[in-house]
Design a protein around this ligand. Structure first.
Ligand SMILES: *[C@@H]1O[C@H](CO)[C@@H](O)[C@H](O)[C@H]1NC(C)=O
Ligand SMILES: *[C@@H]1O[C@H](CO)[C@@H](O)[C@H](O)[C@H]1NC(C)=O
Ligand SMILES: *[C@@H]1O[C@H](CO)[C@@H](O)[C@H](O)[C@H]1NC(C)=O
Ligand SMILES: [Cu+2]
Length: 246
């Protein structure tokens, strides 16, 4: 009995490894000099405390209108949900697992949480983009992408929180969009909660604000794209709104 149970759990681990190694997500963050561990997926949320919202799988979301596109599956508030207190203007670095994909853009969004982030249904938040990198040089297939730069840079991405941003509670949302498969996009969104401090007074106007789902559609040129059929193209249109820099 004990032996067969051990075999069963071993089999479960072995079966899970391939999908785990093929994809992933943000495992930790650094704000200024302070490191915060993320939620640990594939583990129970019970007893976990993190600034990150819960996410349960390394697998991508492949539908640009998926209900979980805001903060991954399932984006829930932890019972011991933390928020990082960070001054506007601070650099934020997100660290992924050993990231397997190098083709596609990196996008970073924030959203104010008018009623507090821990109570927020993330699909109702109005996100604005603070950073992005698409096709940096070369062509769609052999060129350097934001995601390639992320891999070269220790599987990490560093952005700056706009210095003039008005203080308050915010969600920060990192997103990778892998487009190396010609049949479907792969979205990897990750959210964490922040309390922004400072004396800034700026907030983005409505033209910068989007919701997830809502911001993207399958007909966006940067979402549904066969890079191999257009291998010599050197232009790429990053989906979503323009970057708001404060
Ligand atoms: C590379 O990333 C890991 C986290 O994945 C971090 O612990 C380490 O400090 C980073 N190395 C450098 C040189 O930044
Ligand atoms: C890209 O350019 C190469 C060299 O000119 C050419 O052989 C190839 O057919 C082109 N690919 C496409 C999809 O047009
Ligand atoms: C690149 O530009 C062409 C011509 O303007 C356009 O048809 C195509 O959709 C663009 N590609 C992307 C990925 O935005
Ligand atoms: Cu993957």
């Amino acid at each position: 009995m004990q032996l067969s149970l051990a075999f069963a759990s071993l089999a479960a681990v072995v079966l899970r490894l391939p999908q785990v190694s093929a994809h992933g997500g943000v495992l930790s963050y650094k704000f200024g000099d302070t490191t915060y561990q993320g939620f640990v997926p594939y583990n129970t949320p019970v007893g976990q405390s993190s600034i990150q919202r819960e996410w349960d799988t390394y697998n991508p979301i492949t539908d640009p209108t998926d209900a979980s596109l805001s903060c991954n599956i399932d984006g829930a508030t932890l019972t011991e949900q933390l928020s990082a207190t960070v001054a506007a203007g601070t650099q934020v670095t997100a660290y992924w697992n050993a990231w397997p994909h190098t083709i596609g853009p990196v996008m970073v969004y924030m959203a104010a949480c008018p009623s507090g982030c821990s109570n927020a249904d993330t699909s109702t938040l109005e996100f604005f983009k603070i950073d992005q990198a698409g096709l940096i040089s070369g062509n769609l297939v052999t060129g350097l992408w934001g995601m390639g730069e992320l891999v070269q840079n220790n599987n990490s991405w560093t952005s700056t929180i706009p210095a003039s941003l008005s203080p308050g509670e915010y969600m920060i949302r990192h997103e990778l969009l892998a487009i190396h498969t010609s049949d479907q996009p792969q979205f990897y969104p990750e959210c964490a909660q922040l309390i922004i401090t400072g004396s800034g007074t700026s907030t983005p106007s409505s033209s910068y604000l989007v919701t997830f789902p809502g911001a993207y559609s399958a007909s966006d040129p940067g979402v549904t794209i066969d890079i191999y059929a257009n291998e010599n193209e050197t232009n790429y249109t990053i989906p979503g709104p323009a970057v708001w820099s404060g």
